[in-house]
Design a protein around this ligand. Structure first.
Ligand SMILES: Cc1cc2nc3c(=O)[nH]c(=O)nc-3n(C[C@H](O)[C@H](O)[C@H](O)COP(=O)(O)OP(=O)(O)OC[C@H]3O[C@@H](n4cnc5c(N)ncnc54)[C@H](O)[C@@H]3O)c2cc1C
Length: 444
């Protein structure tokens, strides 16, 4: 086993028995292929691994869970953070300090014990740090804004091997938030919590004949709702297999997901036009403890192969929707899950480097077809179809080998002037582009 001086966690090379298990993650289509995996236990381990990589001029990638694998490193060092699971809640300050390996579900549980909630996204198994660094579009996003706008401090190991604690006054602080792992390995974040213990929400699922009507009704309805309500519509074909409950198995459906902190009576009135669309295969809108909020999306929780792209739209026009449906409806060329999230509200405001805050909707397209290809054809087709309305891409939702999260897509994550400023900071803090096992901002 290769030695990293002072490293206390396990270290693996491709010949070691535990190597495959250590690099495996939620994404099963491909993995990082590092020459060395450093299983960090605490911040000094991360510093030792970064210093080792700097000395040998090696690239460094980070993996907590593997949900957001984009650009895989070939050779170099992979720092795995799954062992750094400390959570400390400050109930008076309503903040949480999380280690780099904490998953959303664990933070939701820990915060709930103190009458609070984090600004987590749809899946409890996603890593908190990776999610926040990519922006963090949460279940209550329109009410509270991006999770990256609610960070108090960042502990990070930069390319020079320094452990820095960054606060809002540091120039690197807003650059780190919204750009993924470009500026170093974050070892801990201190985050705001919000005083939320329960929400009203869940899913309304409609069968095939109603899909187009659901999309059009949701499009018009979402433009009228208050900031306290965040919703998504997904169009998908459930696999015809036993784990899928019977009314949904094998069916092509539209599923509207709702989450709001508004009182139930007001929320019921707001969702009435959605229920009026017609019969539902599933209707579980209800008041629920925040600890059940993962059921709003019910994301798959088992590792699988996928590639995804997305388009940020200033508006969801009937023409854009028609162009999307022409490619993704059954019988069309693209077999994919389409998930459209309503943005706007507080997502427009904040200091983190989240690009294109003027987007009102994000269209996400997730497929398992051609996931090992340089750029799966399905993603290319959808990107081309939505191009006339697209103002950019969200970095957190770009996955897949090669071009799916390549330079062109990453550059479209930010308006040009912002991207140039980030490139200048990258040149200052990571001039050799050590942290390139991600959606890369090339040094200026
Ligand atoms: C099922 C599913 C549901 C999702 N739901 C949402 C959602 O609702 N909202 C949303 O905004 N996103 C969502 N995402 C996207 C998710 O937030 C990103 O993929 C995120 O990057 C995952 O982080 P991770 O640590 O779990 O994954 P990993 O694959 O372990 O890490 C992904 C990337 O994050 C960076 N990173 C992770 N940890 C560190 C660190 N300690 N220091 C520096 N860089 C680091 C690296 O660039 C790394 O390549 C979802 C993804 C999936 C697969």
């Amino acid at each position: 086993m290769t030695e990293i001086p002072t490293f206390t966690g396990p270290v693996f090379t491709p010949e070691d028995a535990g190597y495959q298990q250590e690099i495996a993650g939620f994404q099963t289509a491909y993995t990082h292929r590092p020459a060395l995996v450093a299983g960090a236990v605490h911040v000094e381990d991360v510093r030792a691994a970064v210093e080792y990589a700097a000395r040998h001029r090696l690239p460094v990638a980070v993996q907590a869970t593997g949900h957001g694998l984009s650009v895989a490193v070939d050779g170099g060092v992979l720092v795995t953070t799954g062992r750094m699971t400390a959570i400390t809640i400050d109930p008076d300050g309503r903040t949480a300090r999380v280690g780099a390996g904490v998953r959303a579900g664990a933070l939701v549980e820990a915060a709930a014990a103190h009458g609070s909630a984090p600004l987590n996204g749809s899946s409890p198994s996603v890593g908190v740090v990776g999610y926040v660094l990519g922006g963090g579009l949460g279940l209550l996003g329109r009410q509270f804004g991006y999770a990256a706008d609610h960070v108090r401090s960042i502990e990070i190991v930069t390319a020079d091997g320094r452990i820095r604690t960054l606060g809002p006054a540091d120039e690197l602080f807003p650059a780190v938030l919204g750009t993924g792992g470009n500026f170093g390995v974050v070892t801990a974040l201190e985050l705001d919590l919000v005083p939320v213990t329960e929400i009203y929400g869940g899913q309304l699922v409609f069968d095939t004949p109603l899909v187009d009507e659901v999309l059009d009704t949701w499009r018009r309805w979402s433009a009228t709702v208050p900031e306290e309500l965040t919703s998504t519509v997904a169009v998908l074909t459930f696999p015809d297999i036993p784990p899928v409950p019977q009314p949904l198995r094998g069916r092509h459906v539209a599923s509207i997901r709702v989450a709001t902190t508004l009182p139930a009576a007001r929320a019921e009135l707001l969702v009435a036009p959605l229920r009026a669309i017609g019969d539902r295969l599933r209707d579980d809108l209800r008041v629920m403890p925040y600890t059940e909020s993962h059921t709003v999306h019910s994301d798959p929780d088992f590792p699988h192969a996928y590639a995804a792209t997305n388009a940020l739209l200033a508006d969801l026009t009937p023409e854009a929707l028609a162009a999307l449906r022409a490619q993704t409806a059954p019988g069309g060329p693209v077999d994919a899950v389409v998930d459209i999230r309503h943005l706007g509200g507080a997502l427009r405001r904040g200091n983190a480097s989240v690009g294109h805050r003027d987007a009102e909707y994000i269209v996400r397209v997730i497929t398992d077809a051609g996931v090992g290809d340089a750029l799966p054809e399905a993603l290319d087709i959808v990107r081309a179809a939505l191009a006339p309305w697209t103002i950019g891409h969200s970095l957190n939702f770009l996955y897949g080998a090669g071009g799916a999260a390549g330079p062109e897509q990453t550059a479209a994550g930010h308006p040009r002037a912002d991207f140039d400023r980030l490139r200048a900071l990258k040149a200052k803090y990571d001039p050799h582009n050590m942290f390139r096992g991600t959606r890369v901002i090339p040094p200026a």
